[in-house]
Design a protein around this ligand. Structure first.
Ligand code: PLP
Length: 322
């Protein structure tokens, strides 16, 4: 794409078979796409949108990046780090009261020099607060670049449109049938990019988005609107919905797992030594096991999006031992 991009990630991230997990589950081929190994702070998959967002910010002459999210957001910590390495100042607007102790991602952001402000507005209103703050900074003479929660705009989605091409390059040597790609979904930017990129290269994989936080109707509308916006940046028509499914994995709530979820994380950990986080990875892994149980015929690519700060939470779960 002819869009400005500032490299942050070590790409391509590895794609490899999980033979031991296949044996435990009695399944066909399972592949893991390792965005947990992206090599940029604790960013996981969020390094991908940030390459395009930072590139855009720098080429527009910005001097400060303004974004925000929930206190545990992996995106805001990664955005602060991206701003730092790109030579930009960073303001983070964090939803909720000042916490007694900063979560790991926010501590990282603070260490990178980001200015944190805690704003007690509902999370849904945060995007407006971000845009307002950038406008205010503009009036004060700064050149501010606003990024909505999760980097969920068409420019951010380009990161995963490129990831679709990356996956397409990695699959042929494995000599497998067209896979079903399972991707955990929060804001929807990654899934939207993957859908736009998949359509642009004419790939015929199935895609399953695993919604961990938003109700199905809302996330479905957001994802397809973002995919259309991203496709427009690629000079491609809006992608259709064929072969794309979004499943509701909100379950007990954001980052909350059932005993069955924890057992599945344990199976993967003990078979493969791969750790999944509670918020995203565990739920996507759960959907993968459900697909296997339902007799999925295609190879499955599970996208490991990182989220390791919240994987630490799992260590407090008694179900992980034994
Ligand atoms: C570890 C991890 N996985 C998946 C996602 C979901 O990505 P998206 O917000 O693009 O849907 C996020 C978003 O914050 C994340 O931090």
């Amino acid at each position: 794409v002819g869009r400005p991009r500032r490299c942050l990630a070590l790409l391509p991230t590895p794609l490899h078979r999980l033979h031991a997990l296949e044996a435990v589950l009695g399944s066909g081929p399972i592949l893991l796409k390792r965005d947990d190994l992206v090599g940029f702070g604790l960013a996981g998959n969020k390094a991908r949108p940030l390459e395009f967002l930072l590139g855009d910010a720098l080429s527009s002459g910005a001097d400060v990046l303004v974004t925000g999210g929930a206190p545990g957001s992996n995106f805001i910590g990664a955005a602060a780090l991206a701003a730092r390495v790109g030579g930009l100042q960073c303001e983070l607007l964090v939803a909720g009261p000042v916490p007694q102790r900063l979560p790991v991602t926010l501590e990282l952001a603070r260490q990178c020099g980001a200015e944190l402000s805690f704003v007690e507005v509902p999370r849904e209103d945060l995007d407006r607060v971000i845009v307002d703050r950038a406008a205010e900074l503009g009036r004060l003479g700064a050149s501010a670049y606003a990024v909505v929660r999760g980097g969920a705009n068409p420019v951010g989605a380009l990161g995963f449109a490129m990831a679709a091409a990356e996956l397409a390059d990695q699959l042929p040597p494995l000599d497998l049938a067209d896979p079903t790609v399972v991707l955990p979904t929060g804001s929807g930017a990654s899934l939207a990019g993957l859908i736009a990129g998949r359509a642009a290269i004419g790939a015929t994989w199935q895609v399953v988005g695993v919604s961990v936080s938003r109700p199905l109707t809302a996330i479905t509308a957001d994802v397809h609107a973002l995919a259309a916006g991203c496709a427009a940046l690629l000079d491609a028509p809006a992608p259709g919905r064929d072969g794309v499914r979004i499943v509701d994995a909100t379950g007990l709530g954001f980052g909350r797992l059932t005993h069955r979820d924890v057992r599945r994380v344990r199976v993967a950990l003990h078979a493969e030594g791969v750790l999944f986080d509670a918020t995203y990875g565990a739920k996507a892994l759960g959907v993968l096991v459900d697909l296997v149980d339902a007799g999925e015929q295609r190879p499955i690519v599970l996208w490991h999006t990182g989220g390791l700060p919240s994987a630490m939470k799992l260590l407090a779960e008694p179900g992980l031992v034994g």
